[in-house]
Write a protein that binds this ligand. Sequence first.
Ligand SMILES: [Zn+2]
Length: 311
Amino acid sequence: MDKISIIEEVLRELSQQRVSAELLAKQNLLDARKKSAGFKKIDDLIREKTVEYASYNKEEDRAKKLLFEIRELKTKRIDELKKIGMTKKDIEPNFDCEKCKDKGFVDGKMCSCLASKVHEKLLKRSGLPTFVGHNFKDSNEKFLEENKTLAKTFELAKIYVEKFPDVKTPNLIFMGDVGVGKTFLLECIASALIEKCVYVVYVTAFNFSNTMLKALTLEPNEREIILSNFLDCDILIIDDMGSEPMYRNLSTANLFTIFNERDIKGKPTLISTNLNFEDFEKRYGTRLFSRIFNKRTARAILFEGKDLRIS
Ligand SMILES: [Zn+2]
């Protein structure tokens, strides 16, 4: 599923919500008209005057007079409603979002309610641990002040997020020892991008490897769905490459397909690894190594310094 399908899914949910709110209001209005003759009479008058109002230029005296009368009648209509134990809210659709009336768009722009629902779905699908997923706000300012190199890397990551998708080298490779902050920074990038409604899929190399192995035993269409999850997302993050089990040539072949097709589609892939250049090439072979460490599309960043986990 790509991001467009996710947005469409949310819009369908919003539309169902809107239609049922409108139906309920309409039903309540019909009930009120049946229950109270006084309400019905005023409601009919409002309708007549509204139709007449629509035929005039709003600036004309007659239009102004009609508008005043309609407002007065609406107040009376509420009084009639109260007599039968109902309120104004009962005959008006109860939208979740008053700003866009559950349409998802205001003046052609995505409403904040649609953005937050899409964001929620993206977060769920991302594979990011929702409650522990780190954010730039979590970064330890004092620690970064003492670690200029790391601070620079954090700055670079923030700029990457800000400019995304308009970035010079789309693929980032975080290299360095265990515990120097690679995963932390990947999670920060992922969270910040999801907040921008970017479709992120985050996976550890270990889970990626196992998922691809399991996919082998599935029906072709199910395998296709799993593969498309890694191919269609806006950003794929594979954390901790080098720690996963290798299944002969299968692991390398799968990784090559993913990296290659994503590069062709112009979709960025971010990885982290404890391996140095030499060990990386030895483990994954020259073909995959050159594909990933391609100067045109990728930037390798070396993490150094103190262990972040003990700070
Ligand atoms: Zn809205």
